[in-house]
Design a protein around this ligand. Sequence first.
Ligand SMILES: Nc1ncnc2c1ncn2[C@@H]1O[C@H](COP(=O)(O)OP(=O)(O)OP(=O)(O)O)[C@@H](O)[C@H]1O
Ligand SMILES: Nc1ncnc2c1ncn2[C@@H]1O[C@H](COP(=O)(O)OP(=O)(O)OP(=O)(O)O)[C@@H](O)[C@H]1O
Lengths: 216, 216
Amino acid sequence: MKQFLIIGLGNFGMGVAKTLYKEGHNITAMDKGKSRVQLVQSYSNQALLADATDMVVLRQIDIENFDAAVVSTGIDQHASILITLHLKELKCREIIVKAEDSDHGRILLAVGADRVVFPEEEMAKKLAHSLSRPNLLDFIPLGEDITVAEIAPPTHFHGKTIASLKLRQKYHVELIAIKDVLDGSFKFIPSPETFFKDTDIMVCIGKLEDIERIQE
Amino acid sequence: MKQFLIIGLGNFGMGVAKTLYKEGHNITAMDKGKSRVQLVQSYSNQALLADATDMVVLRQIDIENFDAAVVSTGIDQHASILITLHLKELKCREIIVKAEDSDHGRILLAVGADRVVFPEEEMAKKLAHSLSRPNLLDFIPLGEDITVAEIAPPTHFHGKTIASLKLRQKYHVELIAIKDVLDGSFKFIPSPETFFKDTDIMVCIGKLEDIERIQE
Ligand SMILES: Nc1ncnc2c1ncn2[C@@H]1O[C@H](COP(=O)(O)OP(=O)(O)OP(=O)(O)O)[C@@H](O)[C@H]1O
Ligand SMILES: Nc1ncnc2c1ncn2[C@@H]1O[C@H](COP(=O)(O)OP(=O)(O)OP(=O)(O)O)[C@@H](O)[C@H]1O
């Protein structure tokens, strides 16, 4: 169980507080708006109505005891910059701040943020990828090259055996597993004689560009 | 190559336009703000300065020709609701709208949106999970039960062989691969005699709760 300080309870801050609280962590939440503080009461151990740019307020909380602080004060960039500066001075162990744009992000890192997040940009990329390649259901990049990806097999795979498709030779991709979407049944390292059905999902490992080539 | 219509060029809309444009798709972007339209010029084939709630404006674009439209007009919920309604009337094939809160999302679905997205909430959950379980680096849920996850092995694994850890018996988890973070080298289905190092990352398949148990 960890201790988290959440400053700024817009959609992002409230979402972080809620999720962490439900996972059993100790949450101190702060906002200068009364309705937000009231809303967060069911998702926090301490809900504070305060202006977090005020050093006097921050000194009254044991900042050093938190595992991390998450700051998201939205449009008011100056507020998040000032709060970050203060948290750094009060030796906060880890400071994560929601940035409004890349300049804001650079300033935040300069004044002491350990991590800056750009929720809209990250979701935008995720949505764009799902529109661009609807068969690429999800993926985890494992570093420079290799990716684990979940894809819907192209129609010309249906009714063919894994062996006949020569995935390793043609695409340099390894098939880790096949999942049937209808019954959820799961074959780990399926045998080469397994036939592809249109209700299958493939879990592959390889370079993302090679996995995407499968769908062309 | 697909055709996309992006209405509303805040951080989210601009991010979608940029990503799709760089992936080689045809982009028509629209905003009522001049600076945003100017900014999107290098990431679109058509950049239109217009109020998208105006049906007259929308009739001048061939709405039916787009693979999808992405609407994100921010705080002005009424604008996105009206635009969605119009796009539906003009037979837009797929309408994706950024929602400000769950009520807004419900209204959008009711007036014809095919998909609503909540970028701040989704990123909030993702951040919360990474704060709660920093060793769980990334994961793809494959459906009801099974997940592919990338984790940092707990310290008590270091110097031990895969075989001695009995991952399948103790945790019901399969180790798909080991990656070395220093040189990026990658072992697919590593041999049971492989020793774990502190520079390793494990790629596992199994239930998320079982994978998380590994780190306790
Ligand atoms: N100095 C401050 N001290 C405490 N809370 C603040 C301060 N400045 C802003 N806030 C709060 O931060 C929250 C920011 O929410 P707002 O919706 O404006 O921003 P956002 O980060 O863009 O939201 P979202 O998370 O929905 O994207 C508001 O609830 C506001 O009251
Ligand atoms: N009726 C409209 N027609 C065209 N563009 C519009 C209309 N209403 C709003 N917009 C544009 O939509 C954009 C919305 O951006 P804004 O930053 O307000 O919202 P947001 O969706 O919260 O942003 P972000 O994507 O950064 O979270 C603005 O650039 C604005 O000019």
